[in-house]
Write a protein that binds this ligand. Structure first.
Ligand SMILES: [Zn+2]
Ligand SMILES: [Zn+2]
Length: 411
């Protein structure tokens, strides 16, 4: 996992925002949208897990080449990067899509359902990949910008953080993007709407492992040992004081214990209990505070119950923090595509997490939520009935194209 140090980097100058040329929204005819929809269906039918997106990676590279876009492969294994230059400007932006699916058996019955048992695009990354391909194709055709657009197709958003691996393997040295942008489809947000957050949009996802060790004993004679189950139970309760009593209630923090394993028999007090869980927050300062408080409470409960408690606190995906200036630009651009009333600036951030955070830790940028509509029965992400909404495809492509044409304006 990367260093937890999120001290701000010097912020590169973002290209100034002007209205898209002529205020025009890129034209997408029916056959163009159908072509991208067919790509989306093909990707949906052939999902692949993180770092194993071999077919997807081959397909993406082949499409980019067919559009006349320079293709780079190999970062994070299956990562694909497309580079499209136009004009003389040195400005360079990154547009990112994730390509991986989830270890889940699809329960849908439509023709493009997953052909792979135990693997499914239940987070809509098939839609993200297809929309970015659509934008790449359209921008390669129209070339109505001045600068370089870097199309980032990254693996393994769901698991190990493909974004982090690409960065560690030198993505930012190889492609000197000044700013970076991401889209995630968002069920529950109406189709035709987009949500733009200034600042936090997704939380960090830290993992905790706690081991409680004591002296085993006969269950009928507990005074002869140190009951680790009792100590661990108190610990679960006490840890809730971290968010309820020890940190600012106006700052969102979740501490969830999700695993509790101890004992095997009715008449034996075990020697060891193991707990696991997660911590979610929107700031590194709060992550630091939570880690310190968890450490203190573990030590205190250990002393109180005469048991040894070890805490392993591992930093996972960092908080996803949009750059306020970039968010402002994206919201203005989105108004031209979606209409002013359809750009939501008032949604609460999510306590979920997202590895786009690694890009945003290195470069200013903005990660937006694209309305996917209510879905069948209010179906949510990571559900075996989920499907990306094809009707969102033109919105996503238009947003990407408007972003490139506005941030890299043709003279
Ligand atoms: Zn997901
Ligand atoms: Zn996702």
């Amino acid at each position: 996992m990367p260093s937890p140090d999120l001290s701000p980097e010097p912020t590169p100058t973002l290209p100034s925002v002007v209205a898209p040329k002529g205020g025009a929204i890129v034209a997408l005819d029916r056959s163009f949208v159908d072509e991208i929809t067919a790509i989306r269906h093909d990707l949906h039918a052939h999902p692949e897990l993180g770092l194993a997106e071999y077919r997807t990676s081959d397909k993406v590279a082949a499409f980019l080449e067919s559009y006349g876009i320079e293709v780079h492969r190999g970062l994070a294994g299956t990562g694909v990067v497309g580079v499209l230059r136009c004009g003389q400007s040195d400005h360079m932006i990154g547009l990112r899509a994730d390509m991986d699916a989830l270890p889940l058996t699809e329960m849908n019955g439509f023709p493009h359902r997953s052909q792979i048992p135990g693997c499914m695009h239940a987070c809509g990354h098939d839609g993200h990949t297809a929309m970015l391909l659509g934008a790449a194709k359209k921008l390669a055709e129209t070339r109505h910008f001045n600068g370089t657009v870097v199309f980032i197709f990254q693996p393994a958003e769901e698991t190990v953080g493909g974004a982090r691996i690409m960065i560690e393997e030198g993505f930012l040295e190889q492609f000197q993007i000044e700013s970076v942008y991401g889209i995630h489809n968002w069920p529950g947000l109406p189709l035709g709407q987009i949500a733009v957050h200034s600042g936090p949009v997704m939380a960090c996802a830290d993992a905790i492992d706690i081991t409680v060790r004591g002296h085993g004993a006969h269950a009928a004679m507990p005074h002869q040992g140190n009951d680790v189950i009792l100590a661990a139970s108190h610990l679960v309760t006490a840890l809730q004081a971290v968010s309820a009593r020890a940190t600012d209630p106006l700052e969102a923090l979740v501490v969830s214990i999700t695993r509790f394993h101890a004992g095997e028999a009715y008449n034996i007090l075990p020697e060891e209990a193991r707990l696991g869980g997660t911590v979610r927050a929107f700031s590194v300062a709060l992550q630091d505070q939570a880690e310190a408080l968890l450490t203190r409470i573990c030590a205190g409960i250990g002393t109180a119950f005469g048991v040894q408690i070890t805490l392993e606190y591992r930093r996972g995906y960092p908080p996803t923090l949009n750059d306020p200036a970039a968010a402002e630009s994206c919201a203005k651009i989105a108004e031209t595509v979606f209409g002013k009333s359809q750009v939501r600036r008032d949604l609460q951030p999510s306590m979920g997490s997202e590895d786009f955070a690694y890009f945003l830790r290195e470069r200013p940028g903005c990660y937006v939520w694209l309305g996917n509509g209510p879905g069948e029965g209010g179906c949510t992400l990571h559900n075996p009935h989920y499907d990306f909404n094809d009707s969102a495809i033109p919105y996503g492509i238009r947003y990407w194209v408007a972003l490139a044409e506005t941030l890299l304006p043709a003279s």
